[in-house]
Design a protein around this ligand. Structure first.
Ligand code: FAD
Length: 623
């Protein structure tokens, strides 16, 4: 089949990275083509049907603030919503939505198909076409050639994917999908630094064979959180509960007795698995003293009875899976609808990427998602958005956008990946961010929507809604600043009586929010101060910004100091061995990462403050 078409940007892969990349590229003005194995699986959740959680929820809100689809899809598909860490500080509070797998996929596909500037074609890509050191397009398995000056690869777990269930091992991209073997060979031939990682998934259970009386019910939160800044509870489908059960001592005995048949322990799997999402056999070995592990039993959707038992991911042989499932409370008679499995796949050392996610080896070729060593839909989607918008910007001749560590979790993730690389599947945690208090879920729009607008990613309705919210926030801040509460006026006695706090000296109403016992809602109940704004997001943002003003200011000063180093750029072809005084070991470390600026250089393990000073002096002298 001979045919060729030209686009500005080609995205390979219709998973979470690929769909965000395609939408961002098209919205940024590039004629974009999304090439994927199967149009039916656009937006497919390969593993558990849930979006968000600690660290991941932050990424979703950032993607949303930048005009991405993930939060809207989670609102359209979310059948149980919770705010995790709700009793903890605002920096670590995170939204999580259990989703209907089919509704999620349908929403993403509809958004992709409805996007101007974006074409979709179903094909398996076998080869990336390169001329000299530049990408020129790609070739499909059927021989169709698509040309473009920028290509974003988001092949997920498909590159040389191999599925393991006990002693059985077969090629596969995920259950039911073929792997991308030819493309994996092509990339190995291109000399990309390839490694192997692995991940796994639990067996699925038929809900009608479960004894729910032995499980404890876990309803969603009330009031229900909403994921998108533009979303509302009206977007949500009907809500259902999740359930909790536990493994038993018998489960652990069954696993221990079968370990020699596990591909992870028999040496068949070489790839390293996700430390924070271990298989049940891993948990039983690593936490040998524990007699039980919790399992969240999550519905797969509204129109299916299939359940996802979150916590028993396994690659043990199928007969062992049956036995171990039956040893779990409520699952005594459970019927497995799909076996659990592990999958091993190729990934590329992310230190081979520029911070804007273009490969150093081939100009115009960008990598995003699981192939960069991450795990998780949210991590993939966030990288996809950055790679997609930067591919479009490169084609237009614009400078790339690199989110900073103090600006976004997306910035933290990308900086970690390109600076430190990864030896195991990387997932986001709030603890990875040094400026957590700045990077909250509630203010992701203030941090990123203006940037998204500038890059063409944020349309008029979202921009207007954002601007309105910011205006209301500023107006409410000013209004409360102007109200004085004093022991001598009526407000003072009302505040004392209604909020139970003595007012001993004159204070602004705004400053009352600094007290941990005063919530915005309570303050607004005081006549003469309320009723205030009726937008709970504005109220929350104001409350947090006032309460944590001291910490935020201190962090801001630190961020400012750090930006000075970030502003000193290091040319891409810089010869680190030319810096007088740097040891050979340090200059090798620098050459391996090729940091874009001195700030990034300072984060390379083993780079001492003295080495950074030498580098700074050299760069300034030769500027
Ligand atoms: P994917 O979602 O894998 O999408 C890749 C896309 O590229 C697919 O549409 C595919 O068809 C397409 N594609 C690939 N090659 C080609 C080609 N040559 N031509 C055309 N199209 C191509 N994450 C967690 O956070 N926790 C977990 O516990 C977890 N467990 C998992 C278990 C399993 C078994 C699997 C498969 C995944 C698991 N994940 C887990 C990972 C999660 O699914 C991924 O992180 C996420 O889907 C990555 O998104 P992506 O866009 O990078 O890739």
């Amino acid at each position: 089949m001979k045919h060729s078409r030209t686009f500005d940007v080609i995205i390979i892969g219709g998973g979470h990275a690929g769909t965000e990349a395609a939408l961002a590229s098209a919205r940024a003005g590039a004629a974009t083509l999304l090439l994927t194995h199967n149009i039916e699986t656009i937006g497919q959740m390969s593993c558990n049907p849930a979006i968000g959680g600690i660290g991941k929820g932050h990424l979703v809100r950032e993607i949303d603030a930048l005009g991405g689809v993930m939060a809207h899809a989670a609102d359209a598909a979310g059948i149980q919503f919770r705010t995790l860490n709700s009793s903890k500080g605002p920096a670590v509070r995170a939204t999580r939505a259990q989703c209907d797998r089919n509704l999620y996929r349908a929403y993403v596909r509809q958004t992709v198909e409805g996007q101007a500037n974006l074409a979709v074609f179903q094909a398996s890509v076998d080869e990336i076409l390169v001329s000299g050191d530049r990408v020129t397009g790609c070739r499909t398995a059927a021989g169709v050639i698509f040309e473009a000056p920028a290509v974003v690869l988001t092949a997920g777990t498909f590159l040389a994917g191999r599925i393991h269930v006990g002693e059985e091992s077969t090629p596969g991209g995920r259950a039911g999908d073929a792997p991308a073997g030819a493309l994996a060979d092509n990339l190995r031939d291109m000399d990309f630094p390839v490694g192997r990682l692995k991940t796994g998934t639990p067996p699925r259970i038929d809900g009608k064979t479960v004894d729910f009386t032995r499980l404890s019910e876990q309803p969603g939160d009330d009031p229900r959180p909403v994921f998108s800044f533009d979303g509302s509870r009206d977007d949500h489908p009907p809500q259902v509960s999740c359930w909790i059960t536990h493994t038993s001592e018998r489960t652990h005995e069954i696993i221990r007795a079968a370990l020699h048949r596990s591909p992870m322990y028999s040496g068949t799997i070489e790839g390293v698995g996700p430390r924070y999402c271990p298989s049940i056999e891993d948990k039983v070995v690593r936490f040998a003293e524990r007699t039980s592990h919790q399992i969240f039993v999550e519905p797969e959707g509204l129109r299916t009875r299939e359940l996802y038992p979150n916590g028993i991911s396994t690659s043990l042989p199928f007969d062992v899976q049956v036995e171990l499932v039956h040893s779990i409370a409520g699952f005594e008679q459970a019927f497995i609808t799909r076996p659990g499995y592990a999958i091993e796949y190729d990934f590329f050392d992310p230190r081979g990427l520029h911070p804007h996610l273009e490969t150093r080896r081939v100009r115009g070729l960008f990598f995003a998602g699981q192939i960069n060593g991450t795990t998780g839909y949210e991590e993939a989607a966030a990288q996809g958005l950055v790679a997609g918008v930067n591919a479009a910007r490169q084609v237009r001749g614009d400078t790339p956008w690199v989110p900073r560590r103090d600006q976004a979790y997306i910035g933290v993730m990308i900086d970690d990946l390109v600076t430190l690389g990864t030896l195991e599947p990387y997932r986001m945690f709030t603890s990875r961010a040094e400026y957590r208090l700045q990077l909250r879920e509630d203010n992701a729009d203030a941090r990123l929507t203006p940037v998204g607008r500038e890059m063409g990613l944020v349309g008029d309705p979202r921009w207007e809604a954002f601007s309105r919210r910011q205006e209301r926030l500023a107006a409410e801040r000013e209004r409360l600043r102007a109200i004085w509460v004093s022991p001598a006026n009526e407000l003072g006695s009302d505040v004392a009586e209604r909020l139970g706090i003595p007012v001993s000296k004159e204070v602004r109403a705004l400053d009352l929010l600094k007290r941990p016992e005063v919530a915005y809602g309570g303050l607004m109940a005081v006549p003469g101060i309320g009723p205030g704004v009726d937008d709970e997001r504005v109220a929350l943002q104001l409350e947090i910004e006032v309460r944590y003003a001291g910490y935020l200011d201190r962090q801001e000063a630190e961020i400012h100091r750090r930006r000075i180093n970030e502003a000193v750029e290091i040319p891409d072809d810089f010869d680190f061995s030319s810096v007088r005084g740097l040891s050979a070991e340090v200059s090798e470390k620098l050459a391996a990462v090729r940091p874009a600026n001195v700030g990034q250089a300072a984060r390379i393990p083993g780079l001492t403050p003295a080495a950074i000073s030498l580098l700074l002096v050299h760069l300034k002298r030769h500027a």
